[in-house]
Design a protein around this ligand. Sequence first.
Ligand code: B3K
Ligand code: ZN
Length: 845
Amino acid sequence: PQRIHLADYRPPSHLVEDVHLTFQLDPKATRVTSRIRFKPNPDSEETGFRLHGEGLTLISAKIDGTRVDPEMVEDGLVVAAPNDAFTWEAVVEINPEDNKALEGLYLSNGMYCTQCEAQGFRRITYYPDRPDVMAPFTVRIESDLPVLLSNGNLKERGEGFTEWHDPWPKPAYLFALVAGELVDVHDTFITKSGREVQLAVWVRKGDEHKCGWALNSLKKSMKWDEDIYGREYDLDIFNIVAVDDFNMGAMENKGLNIFNASAVLCSPETSTDADFERIEAIVAHEYFHNWTGNRITCRDWFQLCLKEGLTVFRDQQFTADMRSAPVKRIEDAILLRARQFREDAGPLAHPVRPESFVEINNFYTVTVYEKGAELIGMLKRIVGDETYYKALDLYFERHDGDAATIEDWIKVFEDAADRDLSQFMLWYSQAGTPKITVTETFEEGTHTLVLEQSVPDTPGQADKKPMHIPLLFALFDPDTGQQFGEDVLLELTEPRIEIRTRGHDRKPVVSLNRDFSAPVIIDDTSRTDDRLFLLANETDSFNRWEAARSLTRDALTALATGGLGPGEEYLDALNGLLVDDSLDPAYRALILRQPSEEEIAQAIFDYGRHPEPLSVNRAADTLRARMAAHFEPDLPRLFRGMQVHGAYSPEAADAGRRAFANGLLTLLSRLDGGTAARAQFDQADNMTNRLAALGSLLQIDEGAEALARFESDWKHDRLVMNKWYAIQISLAPPEAAVGTARALTEREDFDWTNPNRFRAVMGGLVSNPAGFHDATGAGYEFLADWLIRLDEKNPQTAARTSTAFETWKRYDPKRQDLIKAQLDRILGTEGLSRDLTEMMTRIRG
Ligand code: B3K
Ligand code: ZN
């Protein structure tokens, strides 16, 4: 397959003035008639006229009313065209029912829907399917189905058809169409300039009661974007549709967002607090794309982080404002380290702006999204809040209606801040997580802190340059526990810097990378007592959590490699935090939450050893038991004190109490044999507490009865059953995990072409590392079998799931051989998709 390079970018040969599409919907033979006005692009040297197309049956084609006979090429067609403006007309036929790749136009449970990003529009009709070609669209949909939706404003509705017009020029990837037997839950929003917008969430009948939260989240997002970024919505209608079969979370199509049902539908009985928070964030994310993505889009797919990094950053800010900023920062850091640092450390490492790809869908990654968002946060910190918003205003003013680049983006910061950010640009081009080595000396009252930065080699990139790293820093007085002065923002630009302070009686305690100001690894040799000191005295809530986290990580790593477990002093300090009622329960829940087994495995590997997944699993168990024993005097009282009374509310305060209570319940269950968990499972009026109780029971191998009850209560609800599938695999005893997963795939209701269901099983297994890495290789074989099977139908989801193998070089030679055999077996499969071929090739290395 062909590799595409950023360096090869050329402006399009033709621009589009407007697009008219007519859809005659039919499950097996939908007709798409297009009438497109093209004009030559004055900025292009390209001659010749080509259109993208994939899997289309061309019925007829005309240029300026005259029949033409295009030449079919690999990714579309080529045809002779006039030298000035002309009209292209085509009729094509497509088969939505057979489309299980869920790209282009497809049927999901009897409902038509589309997914065009990145390159799905070419499966709908012939078109220049690239984001730098933008045009207004007029769409007519003909069908007997009651609800027929597309982008923009509704122009006309008649017997068996609707007509839509989207006045805002957009790239084809933002096109959308939905048709089906849907009902809506609606509301209105008045924009800051007084325009009324009709908001609606469209769902299948029976799901109406699960729409309120998303609708409310949408209104909060619209208001927030006006208040914080001054961005107003720009159409009369904003529609959200819930779809059962969807490859990812949601899609920001102009005025017609399409959502995975799991990312929009929720109710207290069926959804957890985490679901509520996630839905609020995804609704916000897709809405925020209206300005960062749609009004200003990307010139080419290499610039994906231009819209994704910025929009993730904006949704993170939104969640921080709606909920707790310190808690959100910690949650984001946990995610980044668990998934992005892991990506950066393995064979799939790539820069935030990649330089080449085979299949663009393989680059919708945590690096582009989450690390991309961190880069925005660093820029904001470097230039300051005021200049940040000045730069953003400039961005919207200068680039509205453009297909822009990262260079354009950095330029608005350079102009607003009046400084050179060329070194900062390295964050977009150099892959790998920078590492900062810390050394301290203390002599005659002078403290010297030496920071040395390095960026590791990654596939295809070696010998990297030093980066521009903003590190928030403070020193503490070891005697009083007080911070010396204000925080200082250190901007590292050289490979090494020294910070010297004088006049200390004793060595001060260092607090570095406060608020996780840079996404780097601090290789910190600081002693346990410094961390215990920070645990007690730190004023930066992130670093206080960090002190606890690193102590826990060390305890687990030690336990898993035959060392001593957690010390009394550490357990006492932790206990002190847990009972400290001045601390937000959500924060205490995070202090209590253990690092994942994955994180411990990586830590062991970083110390130069192969992790043994079973030992890590046992270490986690042992630590829980030690904690339970140590906290025993306080546990029951704390647990009771955290109970929430009254009607369920998904807002942060109650959710935080439940998160903490449920963390405590896991420990309590080790002391009472599951009595409290059983009672909670029986009495819970919400999914958060019910699922947490089930989890606690499964962890002590007492979950069978609750699992059966859960199934009989919820077998009618696909989304709830996905939780049931996942939890019993992820919390199965390691030796039973693969067997459990296999048995579940044999069930009647295991519809593996539904990505949510597929992910429930495969994701469940992968999140049980000791089960997945079973020494026999059964987990590897099981996953490989399913990847091969799914790839035939849905390459995108198969390729995404294959990242489970990205850490294979971490494990012992025997496991490496077992995995390699599976990678080779997959690669040897005939007809393997471009998506999975690229992933397997990269992972294999
Ligand atoms: N932009 C979409 C992701 C599209 C993924 C295509 N493989 C959702 C989002 O980031 O908001
Ligand atoms: Zn996005």
